[in-house]
Design a protein. Structure first.
Ligand code: HEM
Length: 351
């Protein structure tokens, strides 16, 4: 197992340098894991249909008690239906007002940094700061929950994430019957239930209000206002008029909190790190942004500006390429898949 440390990353890099195409690992004597490194090696697996290369239950399964059957953990027809419902529900008009929310959360973070500098604090942990900021943004976009989370952090999402990573690294903890007897397993259950109670409470309250006022009046009241993720999913219907259940909505809300939090925090931290290392590029980004906000009273980026910052966008993309927040995805093939070098991933093997 790759350790979630700098040494772990270095040993992983070494592995990729050594076996540049792919290699085979055994998890105990019974579970073969094909590791595919080269884009040409990964291509046939990513191009295979969801039915042939579904997500691997071993790799993702520990997230199930937390995330339920949201997009990340579902497969087959359920995944397809949720995917269509979410795609239909999220057009750009829904997403546009979220930029204001990102500005608010970033302002809170910047104000905190200014205070830290004034108080003479010599350093800050940028990943932690970014994590609190992205969590704050997600809570506002998903639940319209405006907490004091950046000032008084209680980061249950990050705690769950760390517990899942730790569980992966301890083979004995892979067995439910052992894990849930251990302190980590019990804490995982406890924090899952705190997070679920919060999500269930928001969804049920919102469903109740929607039931009282009715769909049309609800939509009228929301005109010109920001619809959060829960609103959008409560109102979503497919071609046959079928709606998502409370459980479906809760699973998607928890999944998006999980999917969007640490990934963006890590990506943003690396962007800043790379720009610090390359002051010329940093200056070019600064000038590009200053040009965009120079005539605005609030000096804030708006939705339309996001497509007008080509250099900054290139820097973000290059940073994501150099330091991807997610370094692996995992699939378990239900049919043999042939790789470009002629090797075959046999049915049932993970990758
Ligand atoms: C830099 C930021 C991000 C990175 C690097 C990233 C990376 C990924 C990757 C690699 C997957 C594929 C997992 C797999 O197929 O096994 C994925 C899936 C997913 N991500 Fe992200 N993600 C980012 C941001 C976000 C955000 C902001 C959200 C939501 C707010 C999000 C929600 C999801 C969801 C729901 C899935 C499951 C999609 C599906 O299976 O259909 N991600 N992400």
């Amino acid at each position: 197992m790759v350790q979630s440390t700098e040494e772990g990353m270095q040993s992983f890099e070494e592995l990729v340098r050594h076996y540049s195409h792919s290699c085979l690992w055994w998890l105990g004597p019974w579970c073969p894991i094909m590791r595919l490194f080269h884009p040409e090696a990964i291509k046939p697996v990513l191009q295979a249909s969801v039915a042939v290369a579904p997500k691997d239950p071993l790799f993702y399964g520990f997230l199930k008690p937390w995330l339920g059957e949201g997009l990340l953990l579902s497969n087959g027809q359920r995944w397809g239906w949720h995917w269509r419902m979410l795609t239909l529900a999220f057009h750009f008009d829904i997403l546009k007002p979220y930029v204001k929310i990102f500005n608010q959360s970033t302002d809170i973070m910047h104000a905190k940094w200014r205070r830290l500098v004034l108080s003479g604090s010599p350093s800050l942990d940028i990943c932690e700061q970014m994590g609190l900021m992205t969590l704050d943004s997600l809570q506002k976009c998903i639940f319209s929950h405006h907490s004091d989370g950046q000032e008084k952090p209680s980061n249950y999402i990050l705690e769950l994430l760390n517990l899942v990573v730790r569980r992966h690294q301890q083979l004995l903890h892979h067995l439910d019957c052992i894990y849930y007897l251990m302190a980590d397993g019990q804490r995982f259950q406890q924090v899952c239930s705190i997070v679920h109670c919060f999500t269930a409470d928001v969804v049920q309250q919102r469903r109740l209000t929607l039931g009282h006022v009715g769909r049309e009046a609800w939509l009228q009241a929301k005109q010109g206002k920001t619809m959060d993720f829960i609103d959008v999913l409560l109102l979503a219907k497919d071609q046959d008029g079928q709606e998502l259940s409370d459980e479906d909505i809760m699973a998607e809300a928890d999944t998006f909190m999980f999917g969007g939090h640490d990934t963006t925090a890590s990506g943003l931290s690396w962007v800043l790190y790379n720009l610090v290392c390359l002051p010329e590029y940093q200056q070019q980004c600064r000038e590009e942004i200053q040009e965009l906000v120079k005539d605005k009273a609030l000096e804030e980026l708006e939705w339309e500006d996001l497509s007008q910052m080509p250099f900054t966008t290139m820097c973000i993309k290059e940073s994501l390429r150099l330091h991807p927040p997610i370094i692996a995805v995992s699939r378990r093939c239900t049919e043999d898949i042939q790789l470009s070098n002629g090797c075959v991933i046999p049915k049932g093997a993970c990758r």
